[in-house]
Design a protein around this ligand. Sequence first.
Ligand code: SF4
Length: 170
Amino acid sequence: METEIDFEELKTNGVKINYYFICKRKLWLFDRKISMENQSDKVLMGKLLHEESYKRDKPKEVLIDNLISIDIVDISNIREIKYSDKMQTADKMQILYYLYYLKNLGIQKKGIINYPKQRKREFIELTEKDEKEIEKTLVEINKILKNTKPPPKIDVPYCKKCAYFEFCYV
Ligand code: SF4
């Protein structure tokens, strides 16, 4: 696969791709390993436990380069499980990133996002346009994480549910 970026230099994990599309400040704080113990984290823990319990029936989980963890469903598909369907763009970009990552390794797959709580599935295919978007995102993430200060607060309703709410607003 021909890329227009230095993928080896810019590659990152799926959570950072996800956070980039939620809040760039959250991405920066997460990268600096700043963590907050609050109600939101408890909510997050519940969420993770739910996702983990759902994952138990998975056929195979593969850790690649110690960086990304992918559920292989079958010969054609990988899967991502999400507790909430409120961040669909971020979820979609995360799985598109996995598809991009695999394509770089010469592996072509399609993706499925499962929203068990909402009982729905979304089917994802990586297009050339998506590849460009992923490459642009990796460049942007690299720029953000090099900054010594975090990006500004975004002040959206989601902030109240974010684990960094107290860090940002109190
Ligand atoms: S509280 Fe809001 S501004 Fe702060 S990191 Fe979370 S989403 Fe971003």
